[in-house]
Ligand binder design. Sequence first.
Ligand SMILES: NC(=O)c1ccc[n+]([C@@H]2O[C@H](COP(=O)([O-])OP(=O)(O)OC[C@H]3O[C@@H](n4cnc5c(N)ncnc54)[C@H](OP(=O)(O)O)[C@@H]3O)[C@@H](O)[C@H]2O)c1
Length: 251
Amino acid sequence: MRVLVTGGGSDIGRSIVRRRLSLGDEVFVTASSEESLAETLARYKAEGLEPRGLVLDLSAPAVSEPALAPVLAGGLQGLVLNAWTRRPPLHRFHELPQEALEADVQANLMGNLWLLRRVLPSMVEARYGRIVFISSVSTVNGTGRYGAYVLCKSALEGLVRNLAVDYGALNILSNTVRLGIYKTTRTKKYWSRPNYVERMGGVIPQGTLGEPEHVGEVLDPLLSAHQYINGAVLDVTGGLPMFRMEGVLRP
Ligand SMILES: NC(=O)c1ccc[n+]([C@@H]2O[C@H](COP(=O)([O-])OP(=O)(O)OC[C@H]3O[C@@H](n4cnc5c(N)ncnc54)[C@H](OP(=O)(O)O)[C@@H]3O)[C@@H](O)[C@H]2O)c1
C-alpha cells in the first residue's frame, strides 16, 4: 500500500515507518521544514531505508499542496496522523497565553483537519482508505498542564469516530491508537531520571515505560486490507489508565 505517515522523523513515526517499509509498503513521511526533511531522510538512508518525503507544516499546511497533490494523484491507501507540535511550556489552562492556545489549535487541530479533508476525497474516489490517528491516554485520564494537548487530541478522536460512521461503508476505516508513556526523545528529560522510571514503572500495570518499537506493529491490523475494525480505540499503554497501587502507596 501507499501510506503517508506525518511526523516521520519522530521516534514513534520511525517505528511505524520501519514496520511499513518492512512489509513492502511505499511510504511517504512528512517533516515540518525542508531542513528537518533532509535530516529525516538522511537518518533513514543511514539505516538503508528509503521512504519518500515531503514538507508539511501543520501550522501552514496549504503551503504543502503542490507536494501533496502528486502523492494523492498516485493513490494513497493509508494515512497515519502522528505529527504533533512539540509541547510549549506547561501551563494551567487559564495561564496558557491566548496566542499559544490559538497556535496549538491552529496547528494540531486545524492542520490535521486540513490534511484529512485533502486526503479523504481521493479515498472516497478509490472507495478504499485506512486512517489511523495517534492519540494519547491523556484524553482519558488528563495530564497536568496539558490542556491544549488534551483538547486537540480529544477533538480529533471524536472526529475519527465520526469518520468511521461517515466513510465506513466506503471501505474507509478510521481508528485511533492511544499511546501511554513512552521513552522518546521528547520525553527524555523525564525518563533519563532513574527515579522517574522507577516510580512510573510502579504505576504502569505492565511495569515499564513504552518503547517506540512497541508501536509499529500495532498498526498492522488497522492498516490491513482485510479487517473489520472501524471507529475503534486501541490502547497501547502497558495497561494505563488502570494503575498499580504499588506505585501510589510507596512511601
Ligand atoms: N512520546 C510519548 O510518550 C507519547 C505519548 C502519547 C502520545 N504520543 C503521540 O505520539 C506522536 C509522536 O510522539 P513523539 O514523542 O515521537 O513526537 P516528537 O518527538 O515530539 O515529534 C513530533 C513530530 O511531529 C512533527 N511536528 C512537530 N511540529 C510540527 C508542525 N508544526 N508541523 C508538522 N509536523 C510537526 C515533528 O516533525 P519535525 O521533526 O520535522 O519538526 C516530529 O516528527 C505524537 O502525536 C504524540 O502526541 C507520544
